[in-house]
Design a binder for this molecule. Structure first.
Ligand SMILES: Nc1nc2c(ncn2[C@@H]2O[C@H](COP(=O)(O)OP(=O)(O)OP(=O)(O)O)[C@@H](O)[C@H]2O)c(=O)[nH]1
Ligand SMILES: [Mg+2]
Length: 468
């Protein structure tokens, strides 16, 4: 490789090292890390330079925490003045081999609401301050224990409701997404180095054959970005659940379908049309995929104020649906406005009440026949839902799935690369190409947090609960 190119790579690679490599605030934080409420045990965590000193002040046992070897725990008591608060197990993890990368103390106490609060109070009295939401994980990020995508995976892992969502979060926590971004970044850095070398050493800019080579490498980078962008749908579904809206005329059996899919009687079912007034939302786990099912008010002309408000809600839900489940009663005539050949890609038409004789209107209509009483046809419905989701790029075997923030950064990175490609094509001076490539690099670095702004960080960690 050209020497100047080598030099440029190392310089460029150094450009985006986090500006904040020093210890993030020397203060020591404490929080209850287990959920509020009664449990057999609860955990209070303390992290920071003073964590072990704080523990020494409040722990009574055979040894002082400052004498424990790292990664060991001992039985003892937490005291406030002369008063014993609780018998606990106290564990010490010394920096940098801890979750936060700082000295970390974990106190497992009895899980009563008051006991736990008093243990935390003792920590605060001994010099710690109350942690903000996500502050433990934020410190792990600032101390280089994980990149931003891994910190986000911690939230995903806690919130995961299905196996697939959990697996995806776990892979991201292991750094799979960070690695993919890293590979793209390395190629971009090398490309940029070549362009910079052309700026330094060439009078007349980039030669046509050189331009073609640069273009080919840039195209490969753009392709990788597009492939990653295509996982956004899958990420959205695994994190938020797929929004499936059950809609159709009154009395068709929409609430019955919701109850069947849920496996319990969630919504009121009655022979009276207009039973459901409000939208009802529940999440089911359909073969590993979280589905948010919405039961809605039946569509019909109505003079009733409340029912009209319900119908307006139905229409709003339809607008934001990922999947439409249209339920119709096949024992009655086709409703006005029903169209079999709608262009709606995401609709599944269900002819319910297959136990009753079919009205001639429905003859030759291609739709799934189901019965919400005998559950006939419901497995076929599940297959149809999975098939529709697969059209939305859902590839359960691929663990990496980006979130909305990653998508925004990647889109900007891709746009910059597109601009750079145009500039190469137009044979403009290499300076112009370099500007766009640098912008792409910056956008990529926002994903992993190598170029983080305080704003991104604050918004991200605010989603955590306190104690994480
Ligand atoms: N025979 C038969 N009756 C059904 C079936 N599914 C639902 N029903 C009946 O149809 C009636 C209406 O069912 P619901 O589930 O309340 O219908 P809905 O579409 O939610 O109605 P609205 O909330 O009023 O819009 C009830 O009496 C159900 O017992 C079915 O598959 N076969
Ligand atoms: Mg209903």
């Amino acid at each position: 490789m050209h020497r100047s190119v080598e030099r440029s790579i190392s310089e460029l690679a150094g450009v985006t090292v986090p500006s904040e490599t020093k210890a993030p605030g020397a203060d020591t934080i404490a929080a209850i890390s287990t959920p509020a409420g009664e449990g057999a045990i609860a955990m209070v965590r303390v992290s920071g330079d003073e964590a072990i000193a704080v523990a020494d002040r409040i722990f009574r046992g055979n040894e002082k925490p400052s004498e424990f070897p790292s990664h060991t725990q001992r039985l003892g008591e937490i005291v406030a003045g002369d008063r014993a608060i609780d018998q606990v197990m106290l564990a010490v993890h010394r920096a940098p081999a801890s979750y936060t990368g700082e000295d970390l103390v974990e106190i497992s106490c009895h899980g009563g609401v008051l006991v736990t609060a008093q243990v935390l109070e003792a920590c605060l009295g001994a010099g710690a301050r109350a942690a903000r939401p996500g502050e433990f994980t934020e410190r792990a990020f600032l101390n280089g224990k994980m990149d931003l995508t891994q910190a986000e995976a911690v939230i995903d892992l806690i919130r995961a409701r299905t196996d697939l969502a959990l697996r995806s979060a776990r892979e991201q926590l292991q750094g799979r997404l960070g690695e993919k971004i890293g590979t793209i970044r390395a190629e971009l850095v090398e490309l940029l180095a070549h362009v910079e070398a052309a700026i330094d050493f060439s009078e007349e800019g980039i030669a046509p054959d050189e331009g073609a080579r640069l273009r080919a490498r840039l195209d490969s980078i753009r392709e990788q970005m597009r492939a990653l962008l295509a996982t956004a749908d899958q990420g959205h579904i695994l994190r938020e659940g797929l929004r499936a809206v059950i809609y159709g005329p009154t009395n068709a059996g929409k609430s019955s379908l919701l109850n069947r899919l849920l496996g319990y009687e969630r919504a009121i079912v009655s022979a009276q049309p207009g039973t459901t007034r409000d939208t009802i939302e529940e999440v089911i786990n359909l073969r590993g995929i979280p589905i948010r099912l919405l039961d809605t008010a039946g569509l019909r002309e109505s003079a009733d104020e409340i029912e009209c408000a319900g119908i307006a809600r139905t229409e709003k839900s339809l607008a934001s649906a990922d999947l439409l489940l249209q339920v119709l009663d096949r024992s009655v005539p086709k409703p006005d406005g029903f169209s079999e050949n709608s262009t709606e890609q995401t609709r599944i038409v269900l002819l319910n009440k297959s136990d009753l004789p079919e009205h001639p209107d429905w003859r030759n209509i291609d739709a799934l026949r189901i019965c919400c009483i005998s559950e006939d046809g419901l497995r076929g419905l599940e297959d149809a839902i999975i098939a529709k989701i697969s059209e939305k790029h859902l590839r359960p075997e691929s663990g990496v799935a980006i979130n909305a923030r990653h998508r925004d950064c990647l889109r900007r990175a891709l746009t910059s690369c597109d601009l750079a490609a145009g500039t190469i094509e137009a044979a403009f001076a290499p300076e112009y190409i370099a500007v766009d490539l640098r912008a792409a690099l910056q956008a990529l670095d926002e994903i992993t947090g190598a170029a983080h702004t305080e704003e991104i960080r604050d918004a991200l960690f605010a989603q955590f609960c306190i104690g994480k």
